[in-house]
Design a protein around this ligand. Structure first.
Ligand SMILES: O=C(O)CCC(=O)C(=O)O
Ligand SMILES: [Fe+2]
Length: 290
């Protein structure tokens, strides 16, 4: 593959035949200009307010996609039904205190923004996203997980190769990600990368509870396909649809620019949600678009 296919977003979220074919072939779909600037502004402004209200005097919990060290923390484990703040490893002193201002220290906010915050709720449940879910044949879409990802200038960490079904497993697999760029994303500030067509392979790992502990378990040791990965640079407002079995990643942000993104994960309510998945919401019922 040379450059990945990209499409101008349809206003109602419905997909035409060429878009469907690209998604079926590649396992991802780039929809440019999917979310209008006013909604991108609203999400960024609301995130800034949430960060202002966050008290970093709480012991900061570092989120590391490479070590998964956060898995030991109840603060992380209970975040599926809450709004929680996770820091970059590079933002915390050896004594556990923040080394940079909190607004520049965060890795992400997760994982129920779309249910617990009115601004995130409104935009996550817009007609556009509902139309997109329907077009992807999610007959009973449930909005499972949301993340505001900062990928901070200079210290924003890498996200290593993974499939989202590793974290959000249903039987059969049904998870789909809507990844919205809130800043222009390119190779220098850590845009997404994907292995085109890699969604046709098996699920490799599951991040799940085993004997009371969160563990990364290998369920299939097939290596990632040899197909060269492609970078998916996009402008602000673009949405990248990610098939739940697509291998994808992002590099560290070595630039002086932020790379904010809002990521929403949906599952099909007809599939069985695994009771040993890391993300559980015992007190917050799952909802669809209404
Ligand atoms: O934003 C990133 O760097 C990674 C996001 C991701 O893996 C996801 O949204 O599924
Ligand atoms: Fe992912």
């Amino acid at each position: 593959m040379t450059a990945p296919a990209r499409f101008a977003a349809p206003a109602d979220g419905r997909l035409d035949a060429a878009m469907r074919a690209a998604y079926a072939r590649d396992g991802f779909l780039i929809l440019e200009g999917f979310v209008p600037p006013a909604d991108c502004d609203a999400l960024q402004a609301r995130a800034a307010e949430l960060v202002d209200a966050f008290d970093p005097a709480e012991t900061p919990t570092v989120f590391s996609a490479t070590t998964q060290e956060h898995a030991r923390d109840a603060y992380f484990r209970e975040s599926g039904g809450a709004i929680r703040f996770f820091c970059e490893a590079g933002a915390v002193d050896p004594d556990g205190r923040l080394a940079v201002p909190k607004a520049l220290a965060l890795n992400k906010i997760g994982h129920a923004l779309h249910d617990l915050d009115p601004v995130f709720d409104r935009i996550s449940r817009s007609e556009r996203f509902a139309g997109l879910a329907a077009a992807l044949d999610l007959a009973a879409p449930l909005l499972l997980q949301s993340m505001y990802i900062f990928k901070q200038p200079h210290i924003g960490g890498e996200v290593d190769w993974h499939q989202d079904a590793t974290f959000l497993y249903t039987n059969p697999s049904s998870v789909v990600g809507f990844w919205l760029a809130l800043d222009d994303a390119d190779i220098d500030n850590g845009c997404l990368w994907a292995i085109p067509g890699g969604h046709s392979g098996p699920l490799r790992r599951r991040f799940h509870y085993a004997k009371g502990a969160l563990t990364m378990a290998v369920v299939n040791d097939t290596p990632w396909p040899e197909t060269p990965p492609v970078a998916l640079p996009v402008r602000r407002g673009s949405v990248i649809v990610l098939h739940g079995l697509l291998p994808h990643a992002s590099s560290a942000n070595r630039s002086a620019r932020p790379r904010h993104a809002y990521s929403l994960h949906l599952i099909d309510g007809r599939a069985a949600y695994a009771p040993d998945n890391w993300l559980q919401r015992p007190t917050l019922p799952l909802r669809g678009f209404i």
